[in-house]
Design a protein around this ligand. Structure first.
Ligand code: GLA
Length: 375
């Protein structure tokens, strides 16, 4: 079964855009192993847009890799990725061109799926640009879903239509394993916050076999080293990663792994956070307390093994209190039960809290706990 839990891996787009090549993919594959990311669960290495020539092969009709970027072809890249114990992902689009105007799969779905299978692809990201006006995108996603089922390889189908036409309502029935639910993320806290808030109402559709994808992670990008022009702080990356884990999002790293170290590397390898993301029951979070709170929402997620995850956030630019009244998650005082809370970042056991939990949060910071019910 594919996407039993939210898919994890790396995607080239955030850092490299069109500057991709065999060398970058090999180095990234090496890093996924060296840094312990593969062993932490990050298994798919996905090449996004801009991998092909601008025209299909005039004789075979196939999409052809750009030979300056991939001089040995895609099978060689795929073999290298597989030799590292990783899985290989590629990209196409349901229109006549990809978003960056390379050949795309409209009316070539079955041929292209076959080509991807020949490359040894395990994951296909499928975008939604340059669709003919008369073409129905739901049908086009179903077409590619069928083409993948017919190609003789098990390929995870990752739809990227930015939440258009209520994708959360038909993605699962179309055979899609993860569906992009928002426009493109950028390396700023505003983008992270707005994406998370936009999904609170829709997240109930997400679960085992078909997950809501809030886009690739920007953790560790620091605006590609150009700090003066934006990017996030470590605290902001921490809140970003905690939110994605709380929402059971696919965890697709998007920062340059060749530069990922220290705080951000530890963050994306944090076993407790990954366990919360990858919980086998795949339940969505909810906002108890005050569902309309867009400043300091608290998220609660029911996990397997009688555990819970609680995430307090502060989306504002000043210090604020995060709070949770246990009654609002269905834990009345009269029950005698409280929450035994262990800090998900530090492992610190803060004991059993009764009735409510309140704490101060720095701007854009969060606090996350794994909890069990206890008297
Ligand atoms: C769209 C997608 C991005 C990326 C680019 C590539 O914008 O949403 O994630 O794949 O296309 O051109």
């Amino acid at each position: 079964m594919l996407a039993k839990t939210p898919p994890m891996g790396f995607n080239t787009w955030n850092t490299f855009g069109e500057d991709i090549n065999e060398q970058v993919i090999r180095e990234t594959a090496d890093k996924m192993v060296e840094l312990g990311l593969r062993d932490a669960g990050y298994e798919y290495l996905v090449i996004d847009d801009c991998w092909s020539k601008r025209e299909r092969d005039p004789v075979t009709g196939k999409i052809v890799p750009d030979e300056t970027k991939f001089p040995n072809g895609m099978k060689a890249v795929s073999d290298y990725v597989h030799s590292k114990g990783l899985k290989f992902g590629m990209y196409s689009c349901d229109g006549v061109m990809t978003c960056a105007r390379y050949p795309a799969s409209f009316d070539h779905e079955f041929l292209d799926a076959q080509t991807f299978a020949e490359y040894g692809v395990d994951f296909l990201k499928y975008d939604n640009c340059y669709r003919p006006r008369t073409a129905d995108q739901v049908l086009l996603y179903r077409r590619m879903s069928n083409a993948l089922k017919a190609c003789g390889r098990e390929i995870l189908f990752s739809a990227c239509n930015w939440g258009d036409v209520e994708v959360e309502k038909w993605a699962r029935s179309a055979g899609i394993h993860m569906y992009r639910s928002t426009g493109d993320i950028n390396d700023s806290f505003a983008s992270i916050r707005d994406i998370a808030l936009s999904q609170v109402e829709k997240i109930n559709y997400s679960g085992t076999g078909c997950f809501n994808d809030m886009d690739m992670l920007v953790v560790g990008m620091y605006n590609n080293g150009n700090v003066s022009a934006g990017g996030c702080t470590d605290i902001e990356y921490k809140t970003h990663f905690a939110l994605w884990c709380m929402f059971s999002c696919p965890l697709m790293l998007g920062g340059d792994l060749r530069k990922l170290d220290g705080f951000c590397l530890d963050l994306v390898k944090n076993k407790t956070l990954i366990r919360i993301d990858q919980d086998e029951e795949g339940r969505p979070p909810f906002v108890p307390n005050d569902p309309g709170n867009r400043n300091t929402p608290t998220f609660v997620k029911v996990l397997s093994d009688n555990q819970y995850a609680v995430l307090f956030t502060n989306f504002k630019d000043d210090r604020r209190a995060g709070e949770l009244y246990f009654e609002t998650i269905g834990l009345p005082v009269a029950s005698g039960y409280g929450l035994h809370m262990v800090d998900a970042f530090t492992g610190e056991d803060i004991g059993v809290k009764k009735e409510y939990m309140r704490l101060e949060l720095e701007p854009h910071d969060c606090a996350m706990y794994i909890c069990t019910l206890e008297k």
